[in-house]
Design a protein around this ligand. Structure first.
Ligand code: SF4
Ligand code: SF4
Length: 439
């Protein structure tokens, strides 16, 4: 089955309930995919499930197989579907092989039975939550237009009570992007989230209509703006790098650290030079090039007719992944932060560069500002890590730099809060004894 063409790290996002969901979030790009399968119930049947698990295991050369469930809303399948999936993993498991099941959910259907099952089978659960109540409820509503914050938080608290491993996925849109610190502090201090992902909400439009596919050179009014996206990341980074390194894991920052350490995988396809190793499986066995390209032009085939290994290693898919690099405009090729950005995701490359070349990333302005802003601290983190020291030492370095800057400006009173962020008065902390004390 052409094993030699399969990329070494392959990741499939399975959508057992297709685009079906119990909610109706305003900017959900999955919901618009239902026109690909008109009249379908959008449920993966047992034949497709068995094909999927057996083929996934067959194409894996490594010992750990990640089985990722996504939607729509994958909990709509019911627990028994996942019990059968686990049984199939046991049936086809090869010696020494282990499984990591992950599931991305809105959390609203998670009850104690679900949580017991997820805990017992070591699922990693991703919860979609956009921030505190008013912010979250701006766009995340149910089919009756009712807010969903309370239901999401109830599910999340249940996961915590049952000790289920989870992370939070925040869709950054034009509203919550205006409140970066509020969103971040809410997740850190109120939710207690240890792992956070920020995903930019970008809905492309043509003639004012949101496109179900990657078409159109305008964006909807809900979409995050490029500069806003950069400012959001910068504000969260500035808080994180001073207080939370080693305690809170923000996926974008972790990927940046890897890229500052040197060439290799960043852990996020969008910040790698090439992609094409994260495919999407629809409920009926159709395999697509990427979760963001579930559209006719990027359909690779159906796993009931052709093995997933052949489809994932096909010329078409390899070209898809290489195109990320091969189609970079000169503007990116000459960019000083290209090593960290790599032109981000091709789905967002729908603008022209200042010199008129197509393929410029919609978020470019934001990314340039963000990566340039974090350059110094990232260099320091990389230096600390290369010496074998923990990355959290950067927090002391930042505190010292902040104090030096404020003292040099001569604008700090003895009773003012110390700029190192300790919460103490300056005179009781770095300004103790009338002279500046450094860590
Ligand atoms: S198209 Fe974008 S999201 Fe899809 S694999 Fe490539 S970089 Fe990742
Ligand atoms: S910051 Fe802009 S120019 Fe630089 S690599 Fe990213 S998208 Fe390209």
């Amino acid at each position: 089955m052409g094993q030699n063409t399969i990329p070494p790290r392959i990741h499939i996002l399975a959508k057992p309930a297709g685009s079906a969901c119990n909610l109706n979030c305003a900017y959900c790009f999955y919901a618009k995919k239902d026109r690909l399968y008109p009249g379908s119930r959008m449920r993966m049947n047992d034949e497709v499930l068995e094909q999927y698990i057996s083929q996934l295991i067959a194409l894996h050369r490594s010992g750990t197989v990640t089985v990722a469930w996504q939607g729509g809303e994958p909990t709509l399948m019911g627990i028994d579907f996942y019990r059968r999936a686990i049984a199939l993993q046991e049936k086809y498991c090869r010696p020494g092989m282990t499984f990591e099941n992950t599931i991305q959910t809105n959390g609203t259907l998670l009850d104690d039975t679900w949580c017991e099952f997820l805990r017992a089978n070591d699922f990693l659960v991703g919860i979609s939550l956009d921030g505190p109540r008013e912010i979250h409820d701006t766009y995340r509503k149910d089919k009756k237009g009712q807010p969903t914050f309370d239901r999401v938080m109830r599910g999340l608290r249940r996961l915590q009570q049952h000790g289920v491993e989870y992370n939070v996925l925040v869709t950054v849109n034009r509203t919550n992007a205006q409140h970066p610190r509020e969103v971040y502090r809410f997740l850190r201090d109120f939710v207690g989230a240890p792992w956070i992902q920020f995903i930019p909400a970008i809905e492309r439009t043509s003639n004012g209509v949101v496109s179900p596919f990657q078409q159109g050179a305008q964006v909807s009014a809900r979409s995050v703006e490029p500069v806003q996206w950069g400012q959001f990341l910068i504000a969260v980074f500035d808080e994180w790098v001073r207080h939370d390194v080693g305690k809170i894991f923000v996926q974008t920052f972790e990927a940046a650290v890897r890229n500052w350490l040197g060439p290799g995988s960043s852990g996020m396809c969008v910040f790698d030079p090439v992609c094409g190793q994260g495919l999407a499986l629809e409920h009926n066995g159709d395999l697509y090039a990427c979760d963001h390209f579930v559209e006719p032009g990027h359909l690779l085939g159906n796993i009931q007719q052709q093995h997933m290994a052949e489809l994932a290693g096909s010329k078409k898919q390899i070209k898809f992944g290489r195109d990320k690099l091969d189609t970079l405009p000169a503007f990116c090729l000459e960019c000083d932060v290209r090593f960290a950005c790599h032109g981000e995701c091709p789905r967002n490359r729908f603008l022209k560069s200042p010199d008129g070349e197509p393929g410029c990333n919609y978020l470019c302005q934001g990314y340039k500002a963000f990566f340039q802003h974090i350059d110094k601290p990232m260099q320091m983190i990389a230096q600390v890590m290369r010496r074998g020291l923990p990355a959290d030492q950067i927090m002391q370095i930042m505190a010292q730099a902040d104090v030096e800057q404020v003292v040099a400006s001569g604008k700090i009173g003895r009773n003012a809060p110390c700029p190192c962020g300790s919460g103490l008065k300056f005179k009781k902390c770095h300004g103790r004894g009338g002279s500046v004390r450094y860590n």
